[in-house]
Ligand binder design. Structure first.
Ligand code: B12
Ligand code: SF4
Length: 587
């Protein structure tokens, strides 16, 4: 196929239809909300749980990087999806994950019935389903990196530079029920991971390879600039399994940030060994504000955590202002009624700001799946129920009762909350501690003539004292970030679950007062407004529970973007930003 033909194509990119997190004929409620924090990180934290939803990033990335005229619809209702089809498309490309397979089935069957000439392309993690062809009618399925695959499908240049989408992130933001404007964006820097941990679908999906989308530090930096210019964003969520594993890219990015005086900040995934290799000073300088670290298990030690004292590491990160989200897996084979509790207590004792608990899930194509299959231990659990928060899809040696699988998971979240306190209070504490440390460390370094060396990635002695302008600018940013939490602290204390966590909240308020002075009138008013909002939100949660739900289920609304037909998308590239984008309408 050539570009002339591509010009005649009209491609609709879509996510699965909503509502999400509500049990119906197509998907489950438990574990299926379109939110990260409330669904699988601060679950059981009730009113304290920060509420955010994210776009289906792959759709925009794909649409941006082919030259055919394209439309993205993200989070459509069934009606919005069927109405959109009336606009006439030659291809419908659907991104989905395993537990949403019945939604895709409905969408694909509808297309086949009403638009038999339209080609159906599937992509995303749902394509690992072994009997997918029997369930969902489709023409092609992309089982891996989509940009190269789609370009090949449409006969375009697969090696053309990548055009990065410009996306506001998150989609919405609520703190104690108070809505605020999302300010950040997202960086899609690469897919996959070469480590190939046996259970890990994000590695196996990409054949245990890392496939960079933004290979060099300069590509990432240029993309940050583009996102700042177009959205005013300076905080970025980095979608990459282990962004800093490509050390040279990270180091180059920091070098460019320093040269251009850009104190961007990042939220990212990073394994413990990489944090240790790069060192805390690099992390602070880079502006990492939150890091997601897989701890997996106390006994089943993976290479990435081997020999590392995680509690010490987390304390080091937090004392430098970097919030830690630890993630761990329940119901590994060595877990029994005692060891699973030990494991949960151990993870909680690491004192991270947040923990993601997830039930062990053997995803097709992984080493774990093959092992369990060969042992005859896979159970026939419907795909819609394979979301990591419910019944295990394999026979566990010690936990035979399905209700235990849900119960232990829920109780793990509850114990984290009751022992550690609300995540929002913990993150506020971390941010304030980081600011205090950054100020004193910077002062000491300036007075003793220590200067940052981006080649050795550490501070080194120089003949005379130097002013560290970059770090001073970073400190201003850290201060502002810490102060953003302040209005929520009073609500965090009043709604605290136990007397211990209430004392911790009070202590955090004192830390803020000692560091930043007593709150001014504006902050007091904001605190009062948040408190009222928290009371209303609490009542809403109570009503939701009476109605049989775990809490308030929020829905992201339709996000629709049209991309005009143009070959510039495949000849642009990170250096050519921002002129290469082809958006014609957006709502
Ligand atoms: C962001 C995210 C979310 C967001 C979803 C945002 C949204 N609007 O969809 C939130 C936090 C809400 C979420 C929720 C859940 N998620 Co989630 N999520 C992710 C995460 C971290 C990143 C996905 C992403 O955007 N990556 C960046 C893009 C660029 O990469 P990509 O999606 O892989 O897309 C590439 C290819 O796959 C391909 N591609 C993708 N779609 C398509 C479509 C076509 C047509 C083509 C050609 C190609 C193609 O091309 C892209 C570029 O190469 C992944 C883990 C990960 N690191 O990837 C888990 C992940 C996708 N989630 C997962 C799961 C299970 C869930 C939940 C059930 C909760 C849970 N238990 O984890 C819920 C379900 C919510 C729901 N109702 O659907 C699993 C899916 C497993 C599976 N085999 O299906 C993953 C892999 C995590 C894991 N390791 O288990 N999630
Ligand atoms: S290091 Fe993390 S992303 Fe990589 S394979 Fe292991 S679990 Fe997956």
């Amino acid at each position: 196929m050539n570009n002339m033909i591509t010009q005649n194509h009209r491609v609709l990119f879509t996510s699965v239809f909503g509502p999400y997190g509500i049990k119906d004929r197509y998907a489950e409620a438990l574990g299926m909300q379109m939110e990260l924090l409330n669904n699988q990180v601060t679950r059981a934290q009730g009113v304290h749980s920060p509420r955010q939803s994210y776009l289906s990033f792959a759709l925009y990335l794909l649409a941006e990087n082919i030259s055919a005229q394209s439309t993205v619809i993200d989070f459509p209702s069934w009606k919005e999806f069927t109405n959109e089809l009336k606009n006439g498309y030659t291809h419908v490309a659907i991104s989905f994950i395993v537990p949403n397979v019945l939604k895709v089935k409905r969408m694909a069957e509808y297309i086949r019935m009403h638009y038999p000439d339209t080609k159906i392309l599937l992509g995303g993690y749902g394509t690992i389903i072994p009997d997918l062809a029997d369930i969902v009618p489709h023409d092609e399925a992309c089982k891996g990196e989509g940009v190269r695959w789609l370009r090949e499908y449409f006969g375009e240049d697969t090696s053309a530079p990548l055009v990065h989408p410009v996306l506001r992130n998150p989609v919405y933001n609520y703190t104690y029920g108070m809505k605020s404007n999302p300010r950040g964006s997202v960086l899609l820097t690469g897919t996959g991971c070469k480590n190939g941990c046996t259970f890990c679908i994000t590695s196996h999906m990409f054949k245990k390879e890392y496939l960079p989308l933004l290979p060099a530090g300069r590509d990432v930096f240029n993309t940050c600039i583009k996102l700042e210019q177009e959205l005013g964003a300076v905080n970025f969520m980095v979608m990459d399994e282990n962004f800093l594993m490509q050390k040279e890219r990270g180091i180059e990015l920091l070098e460019l940030m320093e040269m251009e005086k850009k104190t961007y900040s990042f939220v990212l995934f990073c394994s413990a060994n990489i944090i240790r290799q790069l060192g805390i000073d690099f992390f602070v300088r880079m502006g990492i504000s939150r890091v997601w670290v897989g701890v997996e298990s106390k006994t089943n030690t993976h290479d990435k955590v081997k020999g590392i004292d995680l509690r010490e590491l987390f304390e080091e990160l937090q004392s430098h202002g970097i919030a830690v989200l630890a993630s761990t897996i329940l119901f590994q084979d060595h877990h029994d009624a005692d060891t699973i509790i030990d494991e949960i207590n151990w993870v909680n004792s690491l004192n991270s700001d947040m923990v993601q608990f997830m039930n062990y899930t053997p995803w097709p194509t992984t080493g774990l799946y093959e092992k369990l299959e060969s042992e005859g231990r896979l159970k026939q659990i419907p795909y819609r129920n394979q979301h990591g928060a419910g019944e295990l899809s394999f026979d566990h040696p010690h936990f035979k009762n399905a209700s235990d699988h849900e119960k232990y998971l829920y109780n793990a979240f509850k114990s984290k909350y009751r022992n550690g306190g609300p995540a929002i209070m913990k993150m506020a504490r971390t941010a304030a501690r980081g600011y205090i440390k950054a100020v004193s460390d910077c002062e000491i370094r300036e007075n003793t003539g220590l200067k940052w060396n981006n080649t050795t990635i550490c501070y080194e002695k120089t003949a005379s004292p130097v002013t560290d302008d970059f770090m001073r600018a970073r400190i201003v940013m850290m201060r502002n970030e810490a102060l953003r939490y302040r209005p929520a602290l009073f609500a965090a204390m009043l709604f605290s679950p136990t007397s211990i966590t209430r004392r911790l909240s009070l202590d955090t308020i004192r830390l803020y007062n000692n560091t930043f002075g007593r709150p001014g009138l504006k902050d007091k008013i904001k605190s009062a407004v948040i408190l009222v909002s928290a009371c209303i939100e609490s009542l809403r949660i109570i009503f939701s529970r009476i109605a049989g739900k775990e809490g308030i289920i929020r829905q992201p609304s339709l996000h629709r973007v049209e991309y005009g037909a143009d070959t510039s998308a495949v000849t642009g590239g990170a250096d050519a930003v921002p002129g290469t984008r082809r958006i014609i309408t957006q709502k």
